[in-house]
Design a protein around this ligand. Structure first.
Ligand code: ACM
Length: 689
C-alpha cells in the first residue's frame, strides 16, 4: 500500500508540466510512468524495462483453453496495432527469452460467480515477463495490466520492470445499461464490454424492460416485443451472442426485467397482467407511472413462471434482477379486487403487497435456479438471505441491507446519467472507513455498479456518457480504499481514456463528429474552442428545462459534449499551478494568455457558424460569453503578472459577471468558472478611496 502511495507521488511529480516535445536523451533507462487504471493492490518497480521487439511472444506454460488463447490473441493484436511491431501471430514452440509467459492454474468456474478468483501476479524484468493466475479470468485481468504498462519513447516500446500482486477489493464491479428507454444496438453493447474488461469491471447488468420498451425476444410471449418494442429488441441469438462475448472477457451478464412497476410496455401485448383497466401504450414520457402488474392473479405467476424459465436458459448467470423499484401503488389502491385481496391476506399497505409479490417471485426464481437481485425497495426482513440488494437511494439503505444480513451492492453515487464529475463518483466508497459496520457485515458489501440510465442518451452519445468516468468508478471498486488522490486519478484517466478510444469506443471522437453535423461543415475550429469549455447541465436540470421524452431527438449541442471534459480539470490544474507562484510560472502564464486570446478570437467564427445552422443558433447566447470570460482572464493575468493593482471594485464586478456566467445557458454550462474565480480573487486590488 505504501509502495503505491510512493509511486503515485513520484509519478505526480513527474507529471507536472514540462516543456513539450522533449526528446529522450540517450543514457538513463526510461522511467516508469504509472498510468495503470485501476491501480493494483501491490506494486513495486525495478530497474530496467522489457524492450518490445519483433521477437516478443506470449505463451502459456501450464493450463490453456480457448478462452485464455483468445484473450492472449486479443492482447497481442492490440500490442501489434499500438506499436507497429509485427509480433508473430502463432506462439513459438519453445519458451523464448523476452516473452510474456502466462501461467494459469486452471479454467475457473464454468458459470462465473461472485467468488471467481480474479487475482493475478505479474513480474516484468528486462529478460521477460511472467503472469500467474489461478483462473483464466485472473489471467485476463493481468493481461489488461500488462497492456496498460506499455510505454514508448523516441527509441521504441517497452514495458517497465515491475512486480505486481493484484486482487480486487470488491467482487461485484458492474455497469448497468438501460436499454429500455433508448435501445442500444449490439455494437454499442459489445464495445462497452470491451471497455469494461479493460478496466476490470466484471458484471454487465442489462436493463431489458421499461415502460418505454420491452427489449428481449420471448418466444413464449411474442407480443412483448411484438407490441412493446417499436421493433427495437434483441433476438435470443443476439442475447446469447452477448452472453458469450462477455464470458470470453470474464464478465457476467445479469439481465433485469423490472417488475411489478415500470411495466407499461409489457401490458400493450398482455393487458391481463396489469392491475388497471388500460388501454396501455408504450410510454413516451419519462418518470414514474401507474401501470403495475396484478399480484393477486394466479395467471400473473403462471406467465412469469414460463417467462423466467425461458430467460433462465438464455442468461446462465446465477442471478436475475427483478427491478422492484418505484412502484407508486396507485393502481393497487384504485382496484377494489386488489384491495379485497389485501384485506383477505392481511396485507397492510402496498409495500406489504409488493413483498407478497416478491415472495412468490422468489419461489419462481428458485425453481429456475436463480438468485434474486432487486433495487433497494425490495428490502424487507422476511426475504431469504441469498438475495442481493442494489442500493440506489443512498448509502443508508446499503448499510441497512448489510446489517440485516443481505449481500448488497452500491449504485447511489454512481449514476453516470446525472452528468457529475469523475471526481464526485470516485469519492463515493461502498465501504467507507467509518461505515459503522461490523467485519461480518462489511463482507456483505459485494461492491457496486455504475448505472447508465438513458432518458437523455442515444446510441450516438452513450460512449461519452459512460467513458471515461466509469473507469474512475472501476478503480474505486477494484483498488485499495486509500488510492484516492483525485489529481492522480485524472492524470491516469486521461491515459485510460486514450486506451479506451484505441479499443473502438467513440467517447472522444463523437464530439467532433456531432459538431460537424451541427455546423454542416468541416471547418469547426471556433466551435471546438467553445465546446472545450462547456458541458451538459445536470440530468435534473435538463429534465426541468427541456422535458425530453423518448421521441426528443438527442442531436443538439448538449448531446455532443462530454460531461466533465478533460479540459475542465486540466484548466483547474493550470490555474492552480500558475497561482502557486505567478512570478516564476511564466510557462503557465503564457499558456493562460494563449487560451484566453483563443476564446476571444473564436467568437466571430462561432457566430458565423450559428448563422448557418438553426440548431446551433439556439445557443447564440454562448458566443459573447467567450469574449467576456477571455477578457476577464486576460485582465486578471495582466494585473497578477505586473503586480499592478486593479482599480477598487474591479474584483467584485468581475466576480458578479462570473456569477452570471456560472448559470446554465439553455442546457449547457461553462466548465471554467470556478478556476476563473480563483484567478480573479488572486488579483491585487487598490484600496477603496
Ligand atoms: C432507479 O433509479 N429507479 C433504480
Amino acid at each position: 500500500m505504501h509502495l503505491i502511495g510512493a509511486v503515485i507521488l513520484a509519478t505526480l511529480t513527474a507529471a507536472l508540466p514540462g516543456p513539450p516535445n522533449q526528446t529522450t536523451p540517450p543514457g538513463p533507462a526510461p522511467r516508469f510512468v504509472n498510468t495503470l487504471m485501476p491501480q493494483p493492490s501491490h506494486l513495486s518497480t525495478q530497474e530496467g524495462p522489457l524492450t518490445l521487439t519483433p521477437a516478443f511472444a506470449a505463451i502459456t506454460d501450464h493450463y490453456r483453453d480457448a478462452r485464455v488463447d483468445a484473450a492472449m490473441a486479443r492482447s497481442l493484436n492490440r500490442l501489434r496495432t499500438q506499436t507497429g511491431i509485427p509480433f508473430p501471430t502463432s506462439p513459438p514452440a519453445a519458451t523464448t527469452s523476452g516473452a510474456l509467459v502466462v501461467s494459469v492454474d486452471g479454467p475457473g468456474e464454468t458459470i462465473q460467480s461472485v467468488d471467481e478468483d480474479e487475482s493475478y501476479s505479474l513480474e516484468v524484468t528486462p529478460s521477460g515477463a511472467r503472469l500467474h493466475a489461478a483462473t483464466v479470468v485472473g489471467a485476463m485481468r493481468g493481461l489488461e495490466t500488462f497492456q496498460q504498462l506499455v510505454q514508448s519513447d523516441a527509441t521504441g516500446y517497452f514495458v517497465p520492470a515491475v512486480s505486481i500482486r493484484d486482487t480486487p477489493r470488491f467482487r461485484w464491479r458492474g455497469l448497468m445499461i438501460d436499454c429500455g428507454r433508448h435501445f442500444m444496438p449490439l455494437d454499442v453493447i459489445k464495445r462497452t464490454l470491451d471497455g469494461m474488461v479493460a478496466v476490470k469491471l466484471n458484471v454487465f447488468h442489462w436493463h431489458l424492460s421499461e415502460d418505454q420498451g420491452f427489449r428481449m425476444e420471448s418466444r413464449a410471449f411474442p407480443k412483448l416485443t411484438g407490441m412493446g418494442s417499436d421493433g427495437l429488441f434483441y433476438t435470443q441469438e443476439q442475447a446469447r451472442e452477448i452472453v458469450a462475448y462477455a464470458r470470453e472477457r470474464g464478465i457476467r451478464v445479469v439481465p433485469e426485467f423490472d417488475i411489478p412497476g415500470h411495466t407499461s410496455s409489457w401490458f400493450v401485448g398482455y393487458p391481463d397482467l396489469a392491475s388497471g383497466p388500460g388501454p396501455f401504450h408504450i410510454e413516451r414520457e419519462f418518470g414514474v407511472f401507474d401501470p403495475v402488474m396484478d399480484p393477486t392473479r394466479e395467471s400473473t405467476y403462471k406467465f412469469l413462471d414460463t417467462f423466467i424459465a425461458e430467460m433462465a436458459i438464455i442468461f446462465p448467470d446465477h442471478f436475475m434482477h427483478i427491478g422492484g423499484d418505484e412502484n407508486n401503488g396507485a393502481e393497487w389502491k384504485a382496484n377494489p379486487r386488489i384491495q379485497a385481496f389485501m384485506r383477505e391476506h392481511k396485507l397492510q399497505d402496498t409495500a406489504a403487497l409488493q413483498n407478497y409479490f416478491n415472495q412468490r417471485l422468489l419461489k419462481l426464481l428458485e425453481k429456475h435456479g436463480k438468485h434474486m437481485v432487486g433495487w433497494d425497495e425490495i428490502l424487507t426482513p422476511d426475504l431469504p438471505k441469498d438475495i442481493v440488494v442494489q442500493s440506489w437511494r443512498g448509502f443508508d439503505s446499503l448499510a441497512a441491507g448489510a446489517r440485516n444480513g443481505y449481500d448488497s451492492i452500491l449504485s447511489a453515487g454512481y449514476y453516470l446519467n446525472l452528468m457529475s464529475t469523475a471526481a464526485a463518483h470516485y469519492m463515493v466508497d461502498p465501504l467507507p472507513q467509518a461505515s459503522g459496520l461490523s467485519p461480518e457485515q462489511q463482507v456483505r458489501i459485494l461492491g457496486g455498479e455504475a448505472c447508465m440510465w438513458t432518458e437523455q442518451t442515444s446510441p450516438q452519445d452513450i460512449d461519452s456518457r459512460i467513458w471515461p468516468r466509469a473507469a474512475a468508478i472501476a478503480e474505486r471498486l477494484w483498488s485499495p480504499r486509500d488510492v484516492d488522490n483525485v489529481d492522480d486519478m485524472y492524470r491516469r484517466l486521461d491515459a485510460e481514456s486514450l486506451r479506451l478510444e484505441g479499443l473502438g469506443l467513440t467517447h472522444i471522437s463523437q464530439e467532433a463528429v456531432s459538431l460537424r453535423q451541427l455546423a454542416m461543415t468541416q471547418e469547426i475550429s471556433p466551435l471546438h474552442t467553445l465546446a472545450s469549455i462547456i458541458e451538459p447541465v445536470t440530468f435534473d436540470e435538463r429534465a426541468q428545462i427541456q422535458h425530453p421524452n423518448q421521441l426528443t431527438p438527442l442531436d443538439q449541442l448538449v448531446d455532443s459534449l462530454p460531461p466533465d471534459p478533460p479540459s475542465r480539470h486540466n484548466f483547474e490544474l493550470l490555474i492552480r499551478s500558475y497561482l502557486q507562484d505567478p512570478a516564476t510560472r511564466l510557462q503557465e502564464q503564457a499558456e493562460l494568455t494563449t487560451r484566453f486570446k483563443a476564446w476571444i478570437a473564436a467568437e466571430p467564427g462561432i457566430l458565423h457558424l450559428m448563422a448557418g445552422s438553426a440548431n446551433l443558433a439556439q445557443e447564440e447566447s454562448l458566443a459573447p460569453q467567450l469574449t467576456v470570460l477571455g477578457t476577464i482572464g486576460l485582465e486578471a493575468v495582466s494585473y497578477i503578472s505586473s503586480r499592478l493593482p486593479a482599480p477598487a471594485g474591479w474584483k467584485a464586478e468581475k466576480l458578479a459577471v462570473l456569477g452570471e456566467a456560472a448559470k446554465p445557458r439553455g442546457v449547457v454550462q461553462f466548465t471554467v468558472i470556478k478556476p476563473l474565480r480563483d484567478l480573479v480573487q488572486a488579483v491585487p486590488e487598490a484600496p477603496n478611496e
